[in-house]
Design a protein around this ligand. Structure first.
Ligand code: NAD
Ligand code: UDP
Length: 315
């Protein structure tokens, strides 16, 4: 494919920085935008001498013009329950004003557009596994609503720009993803368990640990996202690993991979914590020919060195 100029918002974050790496490796020019609210410049340090990469310190809640771009990947948003609870109003604004601002860039330059949506659009799902046609079970006034409803608004805005302005839009509903550069302190389950296990501290299970999640390794996710960006599909597509784990089983996998003897302790379950989550990936399989390749045990091993270095930095 011909070399393009690509805007990536949320570039200093976990997923955005991996996406930048993949696009640069393909020969594209990348403009990375971030306000560093939850991301880190360390995630982009290795690109400091890359002439095809430019960083813009910019809050996407405010309108901006990066100049001509061929494609926009909109990944900026606080993403973990700890971060979006701390940054509640900002999260609502990034999903609403921020999404409209980036859609306007795509409209102005007739660029393609792909948005990082989320399995949280399904809320605490009554349909299992979750298919894209399910409209979800979200508490619109609960503590998670600042994130869930912002992402649902984003999806509505994207469909409107597609329908009314003919923008070539795509949206991926991302299920829990992990790997190197997952923020070590953002409270997500894999980062908490890995750091706790490596420090020999107790692993904190919220509730009885019977709630489930399906964990996708970052390289699998980025592969699915790049395929979707080049497809003709405008409706949401789930990308995630359908291998479903209880949180207790996840803790046991982390203990096995790290060789840690940490004990497991119980903490209160946060309100509205979804009881189960597993993607139906039939659409990704048939439309994109995509399939995750990396099982949880292997992905945790591939993440071990990164979490070890995060523990060393924090000490
Ligand atoms: P992250 O926190 O590591 O990255 C998000 C980045 O967005 C950060 O660098 C942050 O500084 C930046 N950002 C936040 N608000 C901004 C603003 N107003 N202007 C500019 N930059 C801003 O999180 P992540 O896991 O990389 O998530 C990336 C995207 O994928 C998010 O939109 C998230 O909702 C979505 N997502 C992630 C997962 C997952 O499991 N990692 C699951 C579902 C959806
Ligand atoms: N969780 C846990 N211990 C932790 C962090 C999270 O038991 O230290 C649980 C959390 O209650 C949820 C699941 O792990 O049921 C996934 O949480 P995470 O914050 O990673 O993402 P979510 O899928 O809830 O957005």
């Amino acid at each position: 494919m011909a070399s393009q100029t690509i805007l990536v918002t949320g570039a200093a974050g976990f997923l955005g920085s991996h996406l930048c790496d993949t696009l640069l490796a393909e020969g594209h020019t990348v403009i990375g935008v971030d306000n560093l609210s939850t991301g880190k410049t360390a995630n982009l340090e290795h690109l400091s001498s890359e002439s095809r990469f430019r960083f813009l310190d910019q809050d996407i809640i405010r309108a901006f013009d990066p100049g001509h771009v061929d494609y926009v990947f909109n990944f900026a948003s606080p993403a973990s329950p700890v971060d979006y609870t701390r940054l509640g109003i900002e999260t609502l604004l990034v999903g609403s004003a921020g999404t409209i601002n980036t859609l306007e860039i795509a409209r102005k330059y007739s660029a393609g557009f792909l948005h990082a949506s989320t399995s949280e659009c399904y809320g605490d799902p009554e349909v299992h596994p979750q298919v894209e046609t399910y409209w979800g079970n979200v508490n619109p006034i609960g503590p998670r609503s600042v994130y869930d409803e912002a992402k649902r608004f984003s999806e509505a805005a994207i469909m409107a720009y597609h329908r009314y302005h003919g923008v070539n839009t795509h949206m991926v509903r991302i299920f829990n993803t992990y790997g190197p550069r997952l923020q070590a302190n953002d409270g997500r389950v894999i980062s908490n368990f890995m750091i706790q296990a490596l420090r020999g501290e107790p692993l904190t299970i919220y509730g009885d640990g019977s709630q489930t999640r399906s964990f996708c390794f970052v390289s699998d996710l980025i592969d699915g996202i790049v395929r979707l960006s080049r497809s003709e599909e405008h409706l949401p597509v789930n990308i995630g690993n359908p291998d479903e784990w209880t949180i207790l089983e996840c803790a046991q996998e982390v203990l096995a991979v790290t060789g840690s003897r940490s004990e497991i302790v119980r903490m209160p379950l946060p309100p509205d914590d979804p009881t189960r989550r597993k993607p139906d990936i039939t659409r990704a399989r048939t439309l994109l020919g995509w399939e995750p390749k990396i099982p949880l045990r292997e992905g945790l091993k591939l993440s071990l060195e990164y979490f070890r270095s995060s523990v060393a930095v924090a000490q």
